[in-house]
Design a protein around this ligand. Structure first.
Ligand SMILES: [Ca+2]
Ligand SMILES: [Ca+2]
Ligand SMILES: [Ca+2]
Ligand SMILES: [Ca+2]
Length: 260
């Protein structure tokens, strides 16, 4: 249960992982009632931070900023819900901060929230990692430096900076009738809203843009290109709104469909 005042960074309230921490947006001013919380992990791995409000019958439309010394991201919803959640990989143990607020700064007894931070199993699997070095030599920000993508593989990457572009090059051999491109990100708790742009590598013309799945609220691209002969593609992965953070991960699978 929260203990007020937790309204500024200096008043940050430490919470316990692996259990629901409950509070109420109770305030007396125009700025609502911010809740500054933090928690400390004992091991690295995949981390879930979930806030439940509407799911528990609360009138609050909760959002939170998740941040560390290095980076931050605003999270305001999750798949088909206004309750925010992220699931992200962490490679360090340490203290993570969450600042929770009501989206419209609404306060009162009806505006309750519950938050749980927990370690979870990885929600995805992959076969290789993107190469996107910060030194400017190993980055994949341009198609001339595309990462080679083995057909049938799955890459794990991040939109780790503002307006990051990740380029991949795939060779499709003869004997295929289609190629499937499948992203997993937002649907598994990433804050990223991924889009794909698929180019013919020889002519560098755009063959297809892919913004979401088969239903609009599924933000993760899922599309197919028909093929009739061997062809090479260059694929650009980016965030639809060019938001980037070290928390903004995705996987992309590229699979060939053999001809009958
Ligand atoms: Ca409160
Ligand atoms: Ca507060
Ligand atoms: Ca990247
Ligand atoms: Ca990149």
């Amino acid at each position: 249960m929260e203990v007020e005042p937790n309204n500024t960074f200096d008043q940050t309230e430490p919470i316990t992982m692996e259990s629901w921490w409950c509070g109420t947006f109770l305030g007396d001013g125009a700025l609502g009632d911010p809740e500054f919380l933090n928690f400390t992990t004992a091991e690295s791995g995949w981390l879930s931070v979930a806030v439940e409000a509407s799911a528990r019958g609360s009138e609050a439309d909760a959002q939170f900023i998740f941040y560390t010394d290095q980076d931050s991201i605003l999270v305001y919803d999750s798949v088909a819900s206004t309750d925010p959640q992220i699931v992200i990989p962490t490679d360090t143990i340490g203290t993570f901060n969450v600042a929770v607020a009501e989206t419209g700064y609404l306060t009162g007894d009806a505006y309750t929230w519950a938050l749980m931070a927990s370690l979870v199993k990885p929600p995805v699997t992959w076969t290789f990692d993107e190469t996107d070095g910060a030194d400017g030599t190993l980055d994949n920000d341009d198609y001339t430096r595309a990462n080679e993508f083995p057909l049938g593989g799955t890459v794990f990457g991040k939109i780790q900076k503002t307006a990051d572009k990740d380029w991949f090059h795939v060779s499709v051999p003869d004997g295929m009738q289609a190629v499937d491109f499948t992203v997993e990100a937002f649907g598994s708790g990433s804050p990223a809203d991924i889009q794909l742009k698929i180019y013919d590598a020889a002519s560098h013309t755009l063959k297809k843009s892919c913004y979401h799945g088969t239903v609009d609220y599924d933000l993760d691209p899922d599309c197919e290109l028909k093929v009739s002969a061997a062809i090479d593609y260059d694929i650009q992965v980016s965030d639809e709104f060019d938001v980037g953070s070290t928390f903004s991960w995705y996987t992309l699978a590229i699979v060939g469909v053999p001809a009958d």
